[in-house]
Design a protein around this ligand. Structure first.
Ligand code: ADE
Ligand code: ZN
Length: 340
């Protein structure tokens, strides 16, 4: 497993200048931390430790997020998670991240989204002051919320104009919620008009029609997953023509059984068809992965050359909502990278 070649590849993928554009704070809990916080709060674990990270599918996974986030009930917990998130970026060699936070999962913070954003911001600011990489927030709706709830969140984000918040996001289970693009179109239109970027989960628990709705109804600047676009060549062509990037998460897709194996995963077919793809972790703590491992999985499965790896990393930087300084700095570092 740890042959000198593997160690060299991993080292070079850690050193690869890159951004992460599809990662949820909810998915960054470490199992040991969950055990500790559950014990502190006197809350029972949902299943034994050795089976804690066994998920039956997306619905089960999202349910677990509610339990885990329910344990983070103080500003100190939230600060600690934001700080630890930036430590994770540094360990992965990631220069910047857009991190998704979905307030619906955090039961202790209902009705206190602003206070939660402030606690997260304090953690990210402290991390940056300690020389760790910067992160911005994409505040997320859940697919089974109502149009009124979406409107309320957008009103708040627009009113607060918090400098840490760069985007409106939507995630959750489209297979369970049904077709919801029309329900959220107005909220996304108003968010875009107010200067927020838009990132949309689609084409994971929905098919290519969900990806089309993300583009045509929600004005997505970026699509989280999007992999099931591959099932309709017209949607693949639309993504390629419009240059809309996909934030792809291989291990996540395998874990929630979107694909049975990496050799059936469409990332390379999408890339070859001219779709802009980046590689991401989605939920690294709960899926027991990290960003260099995700690059390595795609690289070794599809025989990616250094030039392809560099292109994918460039897409990650260009698809990010980082400011121009961060993007140009990362891109100039990237031009010097090789795996040798
Ligand atoms: N929230 C966290 N991970 C998610 C995923 N893979 N799909 C939808 N919502 C999510
Ligand atoms: Zn996701």
């Amino acid at each position: 497993m740890n042959s000198p070649v593997n160690v060299k590849q991993r080292t070079s993928l850690c050193a690869l200048p890159k951004a992460e554009v599809h990662v949820h704070l909810e998915g960054t809990f470490e199992p040991a931390k969950l055990e500790q916080w559950a014990a502190d709060a006197g809350v029972a674990m949902p299943r034994p430790r050795e089976r804690l990270l066994e998920f039956k599918g997306l619905a089960d996974f999202l349910h677990f997020l509610d339990w885990a986030c329910g344990l983070a009930n103080t500003a100190d917990h939230v600060f600690e998670m934001a700080y630890a998130f930036c430590q994770r970026l540094a360990a992965d060699g990631t220069g910047y991240a857009d991190v998704i936070v979905n307030p619906t999962h955090w039961s202790a913070w209902q009705g206190r989204t602003k206070a939660m954003i402030d606690a997260l911001d304090a953690g990210f600011t402290a991390a940056e002051q300690d020389g760790l990489p910067p992160a911005s927030l994409c505040i997320s709706l859940l697919r089974n919320q109502t149009a009124d709830e979406a409107a309320e969140l957008v009103d708040q984000l627009v009113e607060w104009r918090h400098p840490r918040v760069v985007a409106l996001s939507i995630d959750g289970n489209e297979a369970a919620a049904g077709r919801t693009g029309p329900r959220f179109a107005d909220a996304f239109r108003r968010a875009g008009a107010a200067g927020l970027r838009r990132t949309v989960h689609a084409g994971e628990s929905s098919g290519p029609e969900g990806v089309r709705d993300a583009i045509e109804l929600l004005g997505a600047d970026r699509i989280d997953h999007g992999v099931r676009a591959i099932e309709d060549e017209r949607v693949v062509a639309l993504l390629a023509e419009r240059g809309i990037p996909l934030g792809i998460c291989p291990t996540s897709n395998l874990t929630v059984k979107v694909y049975p194996s990496m050799d059936t995963h469409p990332i390379e077919r999408l890339r070859s068809a001219g779709v802009r793809v980046s590689v991401n972790t989605d939920d690294p703590g709960l899926l027991a992965t990290d960003l260099p491992s995700e690059y390595e999985l795609a690289r070794s499965t599809f025989g990616w050359t250094d030039a392809i790896v560099r292109d994918v990393a460039r897409t990650s930087i260009e698809a990010s909502f980082a400011n121009d300084d961060i993007r140009s700095q990362l891109k100039s570092q990237l031009s010097l990278w090789s795996s040798d």
